[in-house]
Design a binder for this molecule. Sequence first.
Ligand SMILES: [Zn+2]
Length: 74
Amino acid sequence: MNSKQKRSKTASLVKDFGSQCWWCGCKLSPDKITLDHLKPQSKGGSNSLENLRLACFHCNNSRGNSLYPPQKKR
Ligand SMILES: [Zn+2]
């Protein structure tokens, strides 16, 4: 994805889900939003909207290439 595609996908997801993290629900300011792949690209996940969710850096980063949600802090 180029940055223009990322911007337009981010905008659609904000419209659908609001600007909050899909995993932890925290509010995301525009400069904090990252696009997370539900199914990682490295495992064949696509760049379609159905496979993309908004996530904070922490959740996105802690998932890495996992197919599962980020570990909850206990
Ligand atoms: Zn989060």
